[in-house]
Design a protein around this ligand. Structure first.
Ligand SMILES: Cc1cc2nc3c(=O)[nH]c(=O)nc-3n(C[C@H](O)[C@H](O)[C@H](O)COP(=O)(O)OP(=O)(O)OC[C@H]3O[C@@H](n4cnc5c(N)ncnc54)[C@H](O)[C@@H]3O)c2cc1C
Ligand code: FES
Ligand code: FES
Length: 487
């Protein structure tokens, strides 16, 4: 692989498949987004609403491999996808679904049911709905969702300002099964190509997608300042809204070593480069706390890209994975020139957006010890139920013995400069009978953990009060006989 920043001629071209046609993308920069590139090609169905993953007007489909050798068409926010990550990949836009006169079933249903007024959001809705239309689990008769197996939460990352959501939902629930002749249904039978190793060298910086962890560590050794890129749902926002630029950007989400999911006798290891939708599917109910947590994280569009490595990479005090991972007693597996080391999550965070990760290291995986605590819960307090940033987030994992607390771990986000454990409340409960009186005392202590901020999202007092409430809620949810007494 060429060494980034070594003297070389400009390399700004990559190839991808767009709406079934092989295309050369010319003049690509490390910060060129798929949204901007598509619009430059005249494919203006892809719209910019917010450029930060919030509105879904830019949604498109990307073909990704399924575990059984087919393709899954997943919706992503084109405003957050950097072109360098797409070499060799397949993208479908609204123009690739249907045309006036020969509308795709999703476009047809939206049109006839009045699901579009100004139409600005419509192509984005069409793409999120199309991903759901072709979702293998829906077609296999997913019993968990709507009348036709349609998961309406697949649209939670799409905003509409003028139509109102009812006709859009009607259109979604009217969708049938793709006919045999449907080109995208046929397309789903073949594995899409794996992401290609990529190297772009441009006047604005270099973009590298190494093929292996060894190569990635070599690049990092030469360029410890390189910006690691996984799903881009944080970095893409920085690029678009804050005009952040990196001399060297290195994509790590495709590294096979970061894409494992291994269940051992004493731990489960989750690859840092797996996106959250993939993790959710592949884990099933193996970690019930994560299963409960996934739907609270952003939207389907974001979860189709966002990774655990990226969430821990930002080290944000309001990231939603640390509270659950702290409750699960997880460790971060860092790998670098000196080999691999495991860091317990509480020791990983050292300050506001600071971690023990050394230059030249990256997060390879997250390791969760087994056996898991049998009673768990996740509580996210935010202004909206879905697709919102936490004011506080709390993960709990409890083990009882003879009615008393043998062990409890409480992970907290949004109450300090780093995610923390609720150690005072944990200590107060350990060894005590798991009853309302003791839980109320511990909840008071939980309300004093950390140093919550007063900001536009929530006041300090509100955050403290919410901490107390989450422990009480956990108690009443996990203690059915108490619910009856209260009822
Ligand atoms: C609309 C929207 C909604 C969101 N909602 C939520 C939410 O509900 N909860 C929440 O917690 N977050 C949320 N986020 C933030 C973001 O989606 C998450 O932080 C996500 O996990 C980032 O993962 P990524 O793979 O996209 O990271 P990227 O943007 O690719 O990277 C983020 C950072 O991590 C670093 N990094 C990436 N991979 C590694 C690695 N393997 N090793 C070391 N460093 C690495 C990068 O260099 C970068 O600094 C939201 C973002 C958007 C745009
Ligand atoms: S433009 Fe709003 S999500 Fe991409
Ligand atoms: S139809 Fe106007 S924003 Fe949705």
């Amino acid at each position: 692989m060429p060494n980034p920043s070594s003297p070389t001629s400009e390399l700004t071209t990559l190839e991808l498949t767009l709406n079934g046609q092989r295309r050369a993308a010319l003049g690509v920069r490390p910060h060129t987004t798929l949204l901007n590139w598509l619009r430059d090609q005249g494919l203006t169905g892809c719209k910019e609403g917010c450029a930060e993953g919030e509105c879904g007007a830019c949604a498109v489909l990307v073909a990704r491999p399924t575990e059984d050798g087919g393709a899954r068409l997943e919706s992503v926010n084109a405003c957050l996808v950097l072109m360098g990550t797409l070499a060799g990949q397949e993208v479908v836009t609204a123009e690739g679904l249907g045309q006036p006169g020969t509308l795709h079933p999703v476009q047809h249903e939206l049109a006839v049911r009045g699901g579009s007024q100004c139409g600005y959001c419509t192509p984005g809705f069409v793409m999120s709905m199309a991903a759901e239309y072709y979702r293998p689990e829906r077609l296999a008769g997913d019993p968990h969702h709507g009348p036709n197996g349609f998961d309406i939460h697949a649209l939670s990352g799409n905003l509409c300002r003028c139509t109102g959501y009812r006709p859009i939902q009607d259109a979604a629930y009217a969708l049938g099964t793709p006919p045999e002749s449907d080109p995208l249904a046929q397309r789903r039978r073949h594995t899409p190509p794996a992401p290609q190793p990529t190297f772009l060298s441009t006047p604005d910086g270099d973009f590298v997608r190494p093929g292996s962890l060894t190569e990635a560590l070599e690049v990092l050794a030469a360029h410890p300042e390189a910006k690691l890129l996984a799903g881009g749902t944080d970095w893409g926002v920085e690029v678009n809204l804050r005009h952040a630029r990196a001399g060297v950007t290195m994509a790590v989400d495709g590294l096979p070593e970061l894409r494992g999911l291994t269940v051992n006798d004493d731990s489960i290891e989750l690859g840092a480069g797996l996106n959250l939708s993939e993790l959710e599917r592949r884990l099933g109910n193996q970690i019930p706390l994560l299963r409960e947590w996934f739907p609270h994280f952003a939207s389907r569009l974001i979860r189709n890209s966002a990774t655990l490595g990226g969430n821990l990479g930002t080290a944000s005090p309001i990231g939603d994975s640390p509270p659950v991972l702290l409750a699960l007693d997880a460790a971060v597996v860092l790998t670098g020139p000196a080999g691999e080391r495991e860091v317990a999550l509480p020791e990983y965070f050292t300050g506001y957006r600071q971690t023990v990760r050394r230059p030249g290291e990256l997060i390879r995986a997250v390791r969760i010890p087994l056996p898991l605590a049998p009673i768990t819960g996740f509580y996210k307090v935010a202004k909206r139920r879905f697709d919102d940033i936490s004011s506080v987030a709390v993960g709990m994992a409890l083990e009882l013995e003879g009615g008393a607390v043998k062990r409890i771990r409480i992970g907290l986000g949004g109450v300090a400069a780093t995610p923390i454990r609720g150690l005072t409340a944990e200590a107060a409960l350990t060894g005590q009978v798991w009853n309302e009186k003791n839980v109320r005392l511990a909840a008071k202590l939980l309300g004093t953990e950390g140093t919550p901020l007063d900001d536009h999202r929530a006041s300090r007092a509100y955050r403290a009060a919410m901490l107390e409430q989450t422990l009480l809620k956990f108690f009443f949810e996990q203690t059915p006989q108490r619910q009856e007494v209260r009822g």
